[in-house]
Ligand binder design. Sequence first.
Ligand code: HEC
Length: 135
Amino acid sequence: MHIRNLKFVLLVLCFFGFDLILIAENSAGGHDPNWKVPASAAAKRNPLAKDPAAAKAGKLAFDRTCSACHGAKGDAGLAGASNLRSPAVQAQSDGALEWKITNGNFNKGMPSFNSIPEHQRWEIVRYIRTLKDSK
Ligand code: HEC
């Protein structure tokens, strides 16, 4: 009986501890590791990958639509917004970022931007890439 109780306590601690780690990760950069992108979307290539004007156009849209939460440099993290310059974000594919922008994660505060034309979302992704190394 004692051993059973101990197992129960350990089980509860396990779950509770795991929650704490998730909360800590979320508050660190707003990045939600459980927000999964379908493989087919993540594999999509950016059709504007070779368009030199795309990032510049993306910056205009970003400043207008995204900077209120993500900040002008992408790292403000207002209202729990992810730091878009962080390795956790930059390691994701263009297709994954475009999918997240399109669908949002409403419960965590990221709106869905499927109203933005698709080519503009790819432009914004190009711009997010330039944030990686900028100061
Ligand atoms: C109302 C505030 C708000 C606005 C406006 C907003 N975001 Fe977000 N965004 C968030 C929040 C909050 C998260 C974190 C969601 C989460 O934890 O899952 C997020 C997450 C993201 C992510 C996922 C990053 C990751 O951690 O994987 C991307 C990409 C992103 N936003 C891009 C954009 C772009 C591009 C725009 C403009 C078109 C935009 N966001 C506008 C609040 C916002």
